[in-house]
Design a protein around this ligand. Structure first.
Ligand SMILES: [Cu+2]
Length: 105
């Protein structure tokens, strides 16, 4: 993620669970990365400074630069809905495999 010209680039990204997102300030002015839900907040990033945060829970994470609140961005996490569906489908067959290792339909 790049911070330049008083904007987050790209403005919105989609990530999988466990993704670490790193913002780099390529602007001449200092900026912050501050979650709207207060989940994360960077210190003031000078030119060349970086801030990283690892996203583990699905959802949409809006954030702003607290120095320039008109600078907005969002990280959207997807993926766990598919995993949950897969678990629901595979659970009965796991139960069918008894502790003695014999598979019964
Ligand atoms: Cu800013």
């Amino acid at each position: 993620m790049q911070i330049d010209q008083y904007a987050f680039l790209p403005q919105r990204i989609t990530v999988k669970p466990g993704t670490t997102v790193t913002w780099t300030n390529d602007d001449d002015d200092s900026h912050t990365v501050a979650s709207s839900s207060k989940l994360f907040k960077s210190k003031a990033l000078d030119t060349g400074d970086k801030f990283s945060f690892t996203f583990t829970t699905p959802g949409t994470y809006a954030y702003i630069c607290s120095v320039h609140p008109y600078m907005t961005g969002a990280v959207v996490m997807i993926g766990l809905a598919l995993t949950a569906g897969w678990r629901a489908i595979t659970k009965p067959s796991q139960r069918a495999c008894a502790s003695d290792g014999v598979h019964r339909e």
